[in-house]
Design a protein around this ligand. Structure first.
Ligand code: DGJ
Length: 685
């Protein structure tokens, strides 16, 4: 019997018999001696004649008629041992031709990690159909939350009861995709941000994958996930092995915030993100492809004046790239646009005290490019045999581009990126990926090659930060996170969309990783016009930036932006290390979210109206997560929102109010009446 315990979570593994069974994953069971037999269930009528429990590698051979860990294979336990909060299990296939090494660990934050490595012990080639990781969940975890989405509308939540059967979310984009399930969360009915027990899984993988929940008439409920493999995609020669991505899992008895409370500190402790996160200006929505040195220099002047710390030149700088129909792959600075290279711009940026960043999209190739003319065979799915139809000929282009086969173009890309990073003092690469990979059977090797390329660059250029962007947020996952420093959360800078996208992405990803930019008054993607204060408050919490041609902003707007950047710099030590909290507000039109310092001495909250409130008088602002016994002074900060009220609640006119945390959490403060699409920022200290 093995018992892992941390941060209010227990996992018990019974490894005494023919298989290893996870008999408990959930609330802490305390420091007791676990009598293994207490976990053995009854044997029901009309079933196998031994008690059924979910093993680490379940199959029909064990009587498990739900989705198995691996189609067509059954395994027997060979060995299990515990070392440093990690259980190592060795299993052998019934035919003796395969061995699986499973690692199951729990971090001090209570985060579980589970992966398998399968070794071909036979003397013939072995084709792996897929190998998944499964965890049991209790019957009361009967309500599911996962995510879907579209371009510029990522991570839209969807909830449903977990009925008998499998609810499976599959990604076949060669990247997680805008509709990525992201997390599969099962909880007690009605769970919220701050209430209910929840069990969550995420697959740390940037290629094709599936993640599911299954409720079975057998009585075992399951969360599972694994890489989606095409037939024949993984072929192991004798002695070769296949390692699955990590399944990451967390349990919380305090709703979704409890998940973030475990996942964020774990991510923060495992990765080494450099703080403070610099304030960015990205040129994309400011100039698009119209690269012209004087214009960009004026933009850099305006950025520096506002307090920006990193100036990022987006798409449009390389040879022939005047629009999005051509030139991907030709990673040479365009001499027609930049006769002296990027040096004049970079010097200008540096002289104004900012770092320089550059956009790239290395995994792609435009059919209309010098690279495609020179190496047509580097296009993924290119005709392998002359005269035989090629995937690249039949699959449609996407944004007029194709995918580059990284296994063939690896050295070229490494040489090009190395040359750019060597010639120019580049502090940051925005690494884009703007289409699905539609060639069957290529996602695994492409994803592994991407990871290798990123790791190699990181090793050679440890000072260069990388942002994972995929048409916005189509590649945000914990597989790529250790290799990057920022995620481009979404292509929409519309604050209304962003409120929802950031809120849900932030369940898993700490805010300092999530790029959020202040866009123009009328959002480019949606055409919706929003107040400056709402846009600023929305972009304040994450890795903040600007994506707006500041030279067209009015002096008053520029002053407001400069004040906002100064405020962000003051608050970012808190925003990027604290606990993220979201209130369970009864009216979906009025949201409350915030960040509280780990020692609970300081907090920033945003009261946000995303629609018209359901009642004339909204409920009080009840601040979750405070220290009940400490006094807090609450004061409004930032750009004041627009109100519609004949008289404000008196506390708001006093400038500040000081009250015990218990009062602020339980009674709360009367809410001022914000008009729709406004945000009121409150600092508690
Ligand atoms: C898609 C990205 O998400 C945008 O931010 C921008 O970089 C464009 N690609 C450039 O082509």
């Amino acid at each position: 019997m093995f018992h892992l315990r941390a941060a209010g979570t227990s996992l018990v593994l019974d490894a005494r018999g023919a298989a290893a069974f996870i008999v408990h994953w959930g609330p802490d069971l305390g420091d007791c001696d676990i009598a293994a037999d207490l976990f053995i269930p009854a044997v029901p009528p009309s079933s196998i004649d031994v008690p059924l429990r979910l093993s680490l590698l379940p199959s029909v051979l064990e009587g498990w008629t739900g989705r198995p860990a691996m189609d067509g294979a059954g395994f027997r336990l060979t060995e299990a041992k515990l070392q440093d909060q990690t259980i190592f299990v060795r299993s052998t296939s019934i035919d003796g031709l395969q061995e699986v090494f499973t690692e199951l660990g729990m971090s001090v934050q209570g985060v579980l990690r589970l992966r398998h490595r399968l070794v071909n012990r036979g003397d013939a080639e072995l084709i792996i159909p897929g190998l998944d990781a499964l965890l049991p969940i209790p019957a009361e975890a009967s309500e599911l939350l996962d995510f879907t989405g579209l371009w510029s509308h990522e991570r839209q939540p969807q909830r449903a009861p977990l009925r008998h059967g499998v609810w499976s979310r599959e990604s076949r984009h060669g990247r997680p995709g805008h509709d990525d399930a992201f997390l599969m969360i099962a909880g007690e009915p009605g769970f919220g941000f701050r209430r209910g027990r929840v069990w969550a899984t995420h697959l740390a993988w940037s290629g094709d994958k599936r993640i599911w929940a299954e409720r079975s008439a057998l009585g075992c409920n399951v969360l599972g996930a694994g890489e989606l493999l095409a037939p024949g995609e993984i072929r192991l020669a004798p002695g070769e092995s296949y390692e699955t991505p990590w399944l990451i899992a967390a349990f919380s008895d305090a709703g979704l915030d409890g998940l973030s409370d475990r996942l964020h500190p774990w991510i923060r402790s495992a990765a080494s993100l450099r703080l403070p996160r610099p304030v960015v200006l990205n040129t994309w929505e400011a100039v698009y492809f119209n690269h012209d040195l004087p214009t960009l220099q004026r933009l850099a002047d305006a950025a520096a004046e506002a307090g920006v710390e990193r100036f990022v030149l987006d798409d449009g700088w390389f040879t022939g790239r005047r629009d999005d129909k051509r030139a991907l792959g030709d990673w040479y600075v365009d001499p027609a646009v930049w006769p002296d290279g990027l040096h004049p711009l970079i010097s200008h940026v540096h002289e104004r005290g900012m770092e320089f960043g550059l956009w790239v999209e290395p995994e792609m190739i435009s059919p209309d490019s010098a690279l495609a003319a020179a190496h047509p065979d580097w296009i993924l799915g290119a005709r392998p045999v002359p005269g035989v139809a090629a995937a690249a000929d039949v699959e449609p282009t996407w944004r007029w581009q194709r995918v580059l086969d990284l296994t063939k173009a690896y050295d070229y890309l490494l040489e090009r990126l190395t040359a750019l990073l060597t010639e120019y003092p580049i502090a940051f690469l925005k690494w884009d990926h703007n289409r699905d990979l539609l060639t069957p059977g290529a996602a695994h090797r492409q994803t592994r090659a991407l990871y290798r390329l990123l790791a190699t660059l990181k090793e050679s250029f440890p000072h260069v930060e990388i942002e994972s962007c995929a048409s916005g947020g189509a590649r945000i996952d914990l597989g790529i996170l250790p290799l990057v420093d920022r995620f481009w959360t979404s292509d929409t800078n519309d604050p209304l969309d962003r409120q929802s996208i950031q809120r849900w992405t932030g369940i898993l990803i700490p805010p300092e990783y999530l790029g959020g930019h202040l866009g123009a008054g009328t959002a480019h993607v949606t055409g919706r016009t929003s107040a400056l204060g709402f846009r600023l408050a929305t972009a304040l919490f994450g890795s903040a930036g600007i994506e707006w041609n500041l030279t067209t902003a009015s002096p008053a707007e520029r002053a407001g932006i400069a004040a906002w950047i100064a405020e962000h710099k003051r608050l970012r030590p808190l925003l990027h290390s604290g606990r993220v909290v979201r209130a369970d507000t009864p009216d979906p039109a009025q949201l409350l979210h915030g960040v509280i310092a780990q020692d609970r001495s300081h907090a920033v909250f945003a009261l946000v109206t995303v629609g018209t409130p359901a009642a004339a008088l909204p409920p009080p602002i009840r601040f979750p997560g405070l220290d009940p016994d400490r006094h807090y002074t609450v004061r409004p900060i930032g750009t004041p929102p627009r109100y519609m009220q004949d008289a404000p609640p008196p506390w708001t006119t006093a400038g500040s109010v000081t009250l015990p945390g218990r009062f602020l959490t339980e009674a709360g403060l009367p809410s001022p009446l914000l008009t729709p699409e406004q945000a009121l920022l409150l600092e508690l200290s």
